[in-house]
Design a protein around this ligand. Structure first.
Ligand code: CP
Length: 327
């Protein structure tokens, strides 16, 4: 167990050691138990966390707000258009000023090639921890909630076939951060991950390089398949979700046309039958119902989407308590 996490940013799961991440999961499980038993957890009494959103959110916003309530502090929702950012406030000013008022700064900024740079720049000047509520590259709190959910449902990762698959969606070009963070975190814990996507939807080469290094260090593996059905065969965990072909093209019109070639990449009951009988279906939400996944699957007995959403609360409380409080 790692005991020195006070003051640490959480911008990418790759920035934390396996031991540090295991500590966070351990504390998350303890906080989840305490929440179920209504045991108070005032670990961040009177502390202030700023939530700066450049992009919409349901789960992230509400779970961070609830997390700070449960820890005895306050979360302040700051939609970016309510600040003076468009009038010139720089990331340096945001980092220096918000950290002089509060104890943590959480940011969601998903713009391609901009989000992660913005977070890192704020972190450079902040004297308090900076948290990534999703950027263009990573969604680390989601990945931690996903890992906790898999461990709860499947007990161990070794010899499990864990599939992260692309799926078609028409609502908007979704960020690539969920599959990337999932791959990095699961390989960091020694899992065997199958990635399935049409060829235009590859992940960032630097992420693949880090994930491959993780498999060398931790003993897991990465398999890449360009066929959804093949990927689902005998899977223990399936996580079919859409993301944009951002490495191939960032042009939204081209991206929509490319995605439309793969409308058959939908998770329905037929494809779920290819997975193991006790397989679980995962999605971080929001999902394009009827397009990315059928109602029968997402509302069916294999679906763990509400566990994933709930676990956001517990992993966030753990990481906030350890980094804004703790030793
Ligand atoms: N999964 C997730 O991050 O949900 P929101 O976009 O609603 O925050």
């Amino acid at each position: 167990m790692k005991t020195q996490l006070f003051g640490k940013d959480f911008i990418a799961e790759q920035d934390w050691s396996r031991e540090e991440l295991e500590t966070a999961l351990d504390v998350a499980m303890d906080l989840k138990r305490k929440f179920l038993l209504k045991i108070p957890t005032p670990y961040l009494l009177h502390q202030t966390l700023y939530l700066l959103f450049f992009f919409s959110s349901t789960r992230t916003r509400t779970s961070f707000e609830a997390a700070m309530d449960h820890l005895g502090g306050n979360a302040h929702d700051l939609p970016s258009d309510k600040l003076q950012i468009s009038h010139g406030d720089t990331p340096k000013e945001i980092g220096k000023i918000l950290s002089s008022y509060g104890h943590g700064i959480a940011i969601r900024h998903c713009d391609w090639k901009e989000g992660n740079k913005y977070l890192r720049e704020v972190a450079k000047y902040s004297t308090v921890p900076v948290f990534n509520m999703q950027c263009d590259i990573y969604h680390p709190f989601q990945a931690m909630a996903d890992l906790l959910t898999i461990l709860e449902k499947k007990k161990f990762l070794k010899r499990r076939k864990i599939v992260m698959s692309w799926a078609y969606a028409s609502s908007y070009t979704k960020p690539i951060s969920v599959p990337q963070s999932f791959l990095l975190l699961l390989t960091k814990f020694g899992a065997d991950v199958t990635l399935a996507y049409p060829k235009e939807f590859e992940l960032m080469p630097e992420i693949m390089k880090m994930a491959k290094n993780n498999t060398k260090n931790e003993g897991g593996s990465i398999e890449i398949i360009h066929n959804m059905k093949e990927a689902f065969e005998n899977a223990d965990v399936v996580y079919p979700k859409s993301w944009g072909p951002l490495v191939f093209t960032a042009d939204p019109i081209k991206a929509t046309k490319i995605a439309a070639k793969y409308k058959k990449w939908i998770c329905d009951e037929k494809i779920m039958k290819l997975a193991k009988k006790d397989a679980i279906y995962m999605h971080c939400l929001p999902a394009d119902r009827g397009i990315e996944v059928t109602d029968e699957v997402i509302d069916g007995p294999k679906s763990v989407v509400y566990d994933q959403a709930e676990n956001r609360l517990h992993v966030q409380k753990a990481i906030l308590a350890l980094t804004m409080g703790g030793r």
